[in-house]
Design a protein around this ligand. Sequence first.
Ligand SMILES: Nc1ncnc2c1ncn2[C@@H]1O[C@H](COP(=O)(O)OP(=O)(O)OP(=O)(O)O)[C@@H](O)[C@H]1O
Ligand SMILES: Nc1ncnc2c1ncn2[C@@H]1O[C@H](COP(=O)(O)OP(=O)(O)OP(=O)(O)O)[C@@H](O)[C@H]1O
Ligand SMILES: [Mg+2]
Ligand SMILES: [Mg+2]
Lengths: 251, 251
Amino acid sequence: MRVLSVMNQKGGVGKTTTTLNLAHALAQKGQRVLAIDLDPQAHLTAGFGIDTRSSSGVDEVLMEGAAISEYRVSVRDKLDLLPAGIRLGEMEHRAEGGARRGWLLKEALSRVRGKDYVLVDCPPSSGILGMNALLASREVLVPVAGDFFSLQGLARLMNIFEHIEGALNQKTDKWVVLTRFHERRRLAREVRDKILAYFPGRVLRTPIRETVSLAESPGFGQTIFEYQGRSNGAEDYLALADDLIKGRVLK
Amino acid sequence: MRVLSVMNQKGGVGKTTTTLNLAHALAQKGQRVLAIDLDPQAHLTAGFGIDTRSSSGVDEVLMEGAAISEYRVSVRDKLDLLPAGIRLGEMEHRAEGGARRGWLLKEALSRVRGKDYVLVDCPPSSGILGMNALLASREVLVPVAGDFFSLQGLARLMNIFEHIEGALNQKTDKWVVLTRFHERRRLAREVRDKILAYFPGRVLRTPIRETVSLAESPGFGQTIFEYQGRSNGAEDYLALADDLIKGRVLK
Ligand SMILES: Nc1ncnc2c1ncn2[C@@H]1O[C@H](COP(=O)(O)OP(=O)(O)OP(=O)(O)O)[C@@H](O)[C@H]1O
Ligand SMILES: Nc1ncnc2c1ncn2[C@@H]1O[C@H](COP(=O)(O)OP(=O)(O)OP(=O)(O)O)[C@@H](O)[C@H]1O
Ligand SMILES: [Mg+2]
Ligand SMILES: [Mg+2]
């Protein structure tokens, strides 16, 4: 079972869009997938078409010790979702519980069976939720958009990883996904080249191109495959799923 | 002195890009401006060309009670910046201090003189830093990008405001700024129309168009006015500054 956190404390780089569509792409390729919405804003949950005003999910798992099997919902063929849940925001504001609060997700995932991939959508911050994701994951997927602030965010994130992995003596495999990629922008190509220079062998091969249908589909509670199965977005995320399965990277 | 927080817990909607360029636009129009970087990621600070690896700023103000005048730097004519400071991330992780921790920025701003506008760039989350911004501000500027998740973020933010304002019996004036606006996308126009329906009289008149130079300028430590003074980005932010000064909204 591969457990991957989709993580970048920079906002709006496509963490949720990537989790939503990559999860469905993997399921369409026959992988058994569990997607987890770890963002109190519950955008992944909404993207799948689940009503966020009344749902319970990973909030009950982290705060009440519930089993994941109790709250996950089957959202597509071979694809389950553990929704964020309306109480998840409370988790970030609580201070009690001490050091073991960072291990709650890992503990809960240790009881999950019958899954090939677990994808965790993370919020744009580095608080207790991001910590739970990182400690529970053996791999991290870092979406990076093609601009300067994204690049800054990547550098800072790598610092945070070194810090935490050093402290806990735990190593995670990192993959970078180029997102919101404007093929004709010089800035996008410069950012990609910089990332390749710093992370050789870690950039997944397929960049996700900027395509409006990727921004439209969540508004209908659909993944790109239901909304516009022949679009660039669908093509790119299907290829990205292959890259992840086979470890295909840019040279 | 108008104190405005640039706020939206949704990531990547242009909070920093707006604070950077609107602050400079107002200063170019003769207003005396103080910009405050309240995001531990320090992107506003970097956008102005300040070295973020060694700076101190609002971190010292909030955590050590320092005066703003001690750490603000003059970055452009009529424009001061209070940098984030390298310790600002610690603020979000501390739990001591109780309820008065939300009022620290307001207290510090009460000692500021000789400014017409204070713009506070907020992080993409709703923790103690966002609370300080909201309690210190009489007005809020909410950048909203033209897509579904942005719209969700706006609805959620409005809920948070009602909650806090109700609890504290304090009202703030709200302005919406349409950002990253793709004029030809139906999705962008639909989002704009929805916002207008829910917030009549609150949407500032000039949408900020998606223009690559706005994404490029921070990489050079420049605002759009230094980087490409004749671009759409420069034109839009100059017009937005006028909208804000005169209260010009979409009908
Ligand atoms: N490849 C793409 N093409 C077009 N639009 C995209 C693409 N990827 C993401 N978007 C849009 O950009 C916005 C930001 O993406 P998304 O919400 O997935 O980022 P995020 O990193 O999860 O943001 P946050 O930090 O707020 O959680 C969304 O409205 C999304 O629909
Ligand atoms: N109008 C625009 N045209 C082109 N690019 C833009 C525009 N506005 C913002 N961007 C780019 O989009 C990215 C996100 O913008 P920005 O960092 O200002 O958003 P933010 O809301 O401050 O993000 P965060 O939530 O991470 O603080 C940046 O790389 C920025 O350069
Ligand atoms: Mg997200
Ligand atoms: Mg920002």
